[in-house]
Design a protein around this ligand. Structure first.
Ligand SMILES: Nc1ncnc2c1ncn2[C@@H]1O[C@H](COP(=O)(O)OP(=O)(O)OP(=O)(O)O)[C@@H](O)[C@H]1O
Length: 493
């Protein structure tokens, strides 16, 4: 974890202020070239590396500030950037951040419009001075934290591990629709110490919600520590969670090690897959929840901790309790504030929101610009059950954006597991050129009528539907009598 990523929230706030004051886009990279903050176009690229060979990478290497007044002409600075052809930046200023003579990051100002470019050309010198001050402020913040002992490498193990990107309720897609009640509930308990238990299938956003509860609540300035209880081998889980005293077991460190509960002190611990905690460790977890103290492995004195617990699971905990696989007392201790995240198939009306969000995200990320889905594909994705929920949907969109050859993603671009569905839908799909032709001329009524006739013809000709009117009506969500009326109207009977 780099120094910049530890003060990510501070840096992002700063970038947003600069962008507002200067009317330019801002992006800030850490020493590894990872974007730790961004505004406008760059907002969606936070957390991702800047392209190899790019201008900002060069500044990281040379430690020298630089200006490019015309990206396409200045090939020397961007020579080996693989995104040069797609680059939409008109002008860019990059300024290094030096801490004790080492380049620890880069601040970039970007102009996308001719007006912004003009501003940068006119005021280049002033902007450089401004960035010099900004860079000094960031370094000051780093040094301040270092003094408090929260950054230095020698203290690495005592430093709270990565708390991750800040996320707020309003940023959750579906906050205004399918997740509204969930968020209302979460909002009520964000400042409480009571344990929250988030239930939901894999990929429904349990961890994201847990992070949002932490970031919105009074503990936001303290660590958010996520532990995936299913991913850590049983033998290690105890010391990971509760820490160990020096010399507690062979191979352990002499000075001992704090566990995740201690590292989360004053903050939140997120116990993901809590249903997978082995029975042998459950009494110890129960004790932490009840006493708010942890017993390090090999320790004699309990260590007090002030930690908010958010747990999550996709398992049927009640069934596990009945089968003796999960302790009943622990279950009640965890299940104080239950929150259930519905699977995507139970809130299909939100699917198009997620699709829009991920199209924008990956269109930007992969430099493909504005993208849309052909209506039959949109319909197909809306009908699919998404067993892997939002995570699966996101991956599917990422795949399709990669495959897309133009601005409209078609049914032929779907991942392999959707192909059988797509093939069925494909038999009734109207291609974009066909649709354009149907809708090209005439009154609104004539255009709609041509399109309607086209849809009905596809269904009648499709072997998949075999002329079965009842099924066709069902699929088109109209009554059988309406279907017959429309067939007659278009002389298709
Ligand atoms: N409401 C949402 N808005 C935007 N993205 C979301 C939302 N919910 C989930 N995601 C995205 O879906 C993916 C899965 O989310 P997350 O890891 O929080 O799910 P989970 O339920 O904890 O999954 P698992 O049980 O498998 O650990 C992530 O990439 C996350 O960013």
């Amino acid at each position: 974890m780099t120094e910049f990523s530890r003060i990510r929230t501070f840096i992002q706030g700063y970038a947003e202020n600069i962008a507002e004051v200067l009317g330019l886009d801002v992006t800030i990279l850490d020493e590894q070239g990872i974007r730790v903050s961004g505004t406008g176009y760059y907002q969606d690229l936070v957390g991702l590396p800047a392209p190899e060979g790019s201008f900002f990478r060069m500044i990281l290497q040379t430690g020298q500030p630089g200006i490019i007044y015309d990206m396409k002409k200045n090939e020397a600075e961007c020579r080996s950037c693989k995104f040069l052809q797609q680059c939409r930046e008109l002008a860019t200023i990059g300024f290094p951040v030096h801490k004790r003579e080492k380049t620890v990051g880069v601040i970039g100002l970007i102009g996308f419009s001719p007006e912004q470019k003009e501003k940068m050309v006119q005021h280049a010198e002033k902007l450089m001075t401004f960035l010099d001050h900004t860079s000094a402020l960031i370094v000051h913040k780093l040094l301040e934290l270092e003094e408090e002992g929260r950054l230095g490498c020698h203290l690495q193990e005592e430093v709270p591990p990565e708390s991750g990107e800040a996320i707020y309720f309003a940023q959750l897609i579906g906050a205004e629709t399918g997740l509204r009640e969930v968020i209302q509930k979460a909002n009520k308990v964000k400042n409480s110490i009571s344990t929250v238990l988030i239930r939901g299938e894999s990929g429904t956003g349990k961890e994201l919600l847990a992070r949002a509860i932490h970031c919105e609540g009074g503990r936001a300035r303290h660590p958010f520590i996520a532990v995936n209880c299913a991913a850590i081998p049983e033998g290690l889980l105890e010391s990971e969670l509760f820490g160990y005293e020096g010399g507690a077991f062979t191979g352990s460190r002499r000075e001992g090690k704090p566990g995740k509960f201690e590292l989360a002190h004053s903050g939140t611990i997120f116990l993901d897959e809590v249903g997978d905690i082995p029975l042998s460790l459950q009494p110890k977890l129960l004790r932490v929840l009840q006493e708010r103290t942890v017993d390090r492995v090999g320790g004699v004195k309990p260590v007090p901790v002030d930690v908010r617990v958010i747990a999550a699971t996709h398992r049927d905990l009640e069934g596990m309790v009945r089968e003796g696989l999960f302790r009943e007392d622990l279950y009640y201790r965890l299940n104080v504030i239950p929150i259930r995240l519905q699977p995507l198939r139970e809130r299909r009306e939100d699917i198009s929101l997620y699709i829009g969000h991920f199209l924008h995200k990956y269109g930007t990320l992969l430099q493909k610009g504005r993208l849309e889905l052909e209506p039959p594909l949109m319909e197909l994705l809306g009908r699919y059950d998404w067993p892997g929920n939002i995570r699966q949907l996101e991956n599917a969109i990422e795949y399709m954006v990669n495959m897309a050859e133009d601005a409209v993603i078609g049914i032929g671009d779907v991942p392999e597991y959707l192909e059988p569905l797509a093939a069925r839908a494909g038999t009734t799909a109207i291609s974009r050129p066909e649709r354009d032709e149907m809708l090209a001329a005439g009154s609104l009524e004539e255009r709609i009528a041509r399109y309607e006739k086209g849809v009905l013809e596809r269904y009648l000709q499709s072997p998949e539907w075999g002329g079965d009117k009842a099924r066709i009506a069902d699929d088109l969500q109209i009554s059988l009598s309406t279907l017959y009326r429309k067939l007659e109207k278009h002389q298709l009977v």
